[in-house]
Design a protein around this ligand. Structure first.
Ligand SMILES: NC(=O)c1ccc[n+]([C@@H]2O[C@H](COP(=O)([O-])OP(=O)(O)OC[C@H]3O[C@@H](n4cnc5c(N)ncnc54)[C@H](OP(=O)(O)O)[C@@H]3O)[C@@H](O)[C@H]2O)c1
Length: 232
């Protein structure tokens, strides 16, 4: 993002957790934010709209019609950053993939892989060629780093997301946009749980610093919150 104009970010999946924290972090840095939720806006997000230039829109990333409606609603807008944060993890850490209920498998893939990519496909047009399209992946999406197992379907969904983003990047190789898959670390949220090693306040500022540092770097990068490349 450049300093010459009021910077704008569209953050998808911002009712709570990392998405909500990203809204606050960008707003504190002077960025105008459009934050999306799928249901009623949370009290915490509403409080941010009263303190900062934060607007709220609605989209469920598993609903292609809602994504199209959001694209239509925002058609006249431009964003320096589109950041798709929404994600779910439905199965216990030690459940083999073969034991998961079909519906839970489908919902995990629909949300974390297909839904995220549909948002990218439909909304990336709102990001100028100098801008950034980021998607929240996970270190668990790394095939190369999977020596411990666990969270098998969640891992698979983030690996699928990574692969789909590589295909997207290949199709858009001539464009100078910055494309990011981000692995923020294990963070205490509803998803991360109490046992996670990081709290939000530790993880989000370096993650945003990393996104800002990638400005003007064309192509797809899979990075941790400190900007180190994660092996595919
Ligand atoms: N926490 C970690 O340790 C960690 C580590 C690596 C990556 N991540 C990734 O970071 C992202 C955020 O995780 P988190 O820890 O903040 O999780 P969280 O606290 O469980 O929050 C998940 C967010 O995603 C939204 N969401 C879920 N399904 C959605 C859908 N179909 N459409 C739109 N929004 C949807 C939720 O909205 P509702 O309130 O409506 O449910 C909520 O805002 C996820 O992609 C996750 O995989 C997290």
């Amino acid at each position: 993002m450049t300093e010459a104009h009021t910077r704008r970010a569209l953050i998808v999946g911002a009712s709570r957790g990392l998405g909500l924290a990203l809204v606050e972090e960008y707003a504190r840095r002077g960025v105008e934010v459009v934050a999306t939720v799928r249901d009623a806006e949370s009290e915490a997000l509403r409080a941010l709209t009263e303190r900062f230039p934060v607007a709220v829109e609605h989209v469920d990333v598993t609903d292609a019609l809602q994504i199209s409606a959001l694209a239509h609603q925002l058609a006249r807008d431009q964003f320096d950053l589109l950041f798709v944060v929404a994600g779910i993890s439905l199965a216990p850490v030690d459940e083999p993939a073969s034991d998961i209920a079909d519906d839970a498998f489908t919902r995990t893939m629909l949300t974390n892989a297909l839904g995220a990519m549909r948002v990218v496909e439909r909304l990336a047009a709102l990001v100028p060629q100098t801008g950034t399209v980021a998607v929240m992946s996970s270190g668990q999406g790394s095939v190369a780093n999977n020596t411990s197992g666990g969270f098998e379907v969640y891992r698979a969904s983030k690996a699928a997301l990574n692969q789909l983003m590589r295909s997207y990047a290949a199709r858009h190789a001539a464009e100078p946009k910055t494309l990011l898959l981000l692995a923020p670390g294990w963070i205490r949220t509803d998803m991360g749980g109490e046992g996670a090693g990081l709290d939000i306040a530790e993880a989000i500022p370096p993650l945003v610093d990393t996104i800002e540092a990638q400005h003007g770097t064309p192509g797809l990068h899979y990075l941790d919150r400190h900007g180190a490349t994660v092996p595919w």
